[in-house]
Design a protein around this ligand. Structure first.
Ligand SMILES: [Zn+2]
Length: 133
C-alpha cells in the first residue's frame, strides 16, 4: 500500500468518497468495477487497493438497514392497505431484496474508505505456545 502524504492527499470524508464508490485517497478514481469487485488500484492516483477487504461488512449493514426500513414499510403497507398475501410476494419482497442489492455498493465503498483512513490491516496472530501448560 502506498502511504498517503498528508500535504499531497488531504483527508477526505469517508462518507463522501465511500458512498460515491470513489478512491478514498483522491476522491476521483472509481473504487469498484462491475457490481461489487474492488479494482486492483486507483486509475487516477495509483493507490493500491490491496488493503481493501471489507469481507461481509457491506452485507451485514445492508441487511440491517434494509431490514429495519423494509419491515417498517412492509408493516405500514400491510396495516394501511391490507393487500392479499400474493401482493407481498409479487411486490414487497422483491423490492426488499432489490433494495439490499442496491445499497451494497455504497456500503462497500464506505467500509473501504474507513479501512483506508484508519489504516486497518488484517490481524496478525502469533501463538505464545502456552496452551495446555
Ligand atoms: Zn485515487
Amino acid at each position: 500500500m502506498t502511504d498517503p502524504t498528508p500535504a499531497e492527499w488531504p483527508r477526505l470524508s469517508t462518507l463522501s468518497t465511500g458512498l460515491r464508490c470513489r478512491c478514498p485517497r483522491c476522491g476521483k478514481g472509481p473504487l469498484l468495477k462491475g457490481l461489487l469487485t474492488i479494482r486492483d488500484a486507483c486509475p487516477v492516483c495509483g493507490l493500491d487497493y490491496g488493503f481493501a477487504e471489507p469481507a461481509d461488512g457491506p452485507a451485514f449493514f445492508a441487511m440491517s438497514a434494509i431490514g429495519v426500513v423494509g419491515m417498517i414499510a412492509f408493516m405500514a403497507f400491510e396495516f394501511t392497505v391490507q393487500p392479499p398475501i400474493w401482493v407481498h410476494f409479487a411486490v414487497t419482497f422483491p423490492l426488499i431484496a432489490l433494495a439490499c442489492v442496491l445499497v451494497l455498493r455504497p456500503f462497500k465503498g464506505w467500509l473501504v474508505s474507513e479501512q483506508y483512513i484508519h489504516k486497518a490491516a488484517p490481524p496478525e496472530w502469533e501463538s505464545i505456545g502456552k496452551h495446555g501448560d
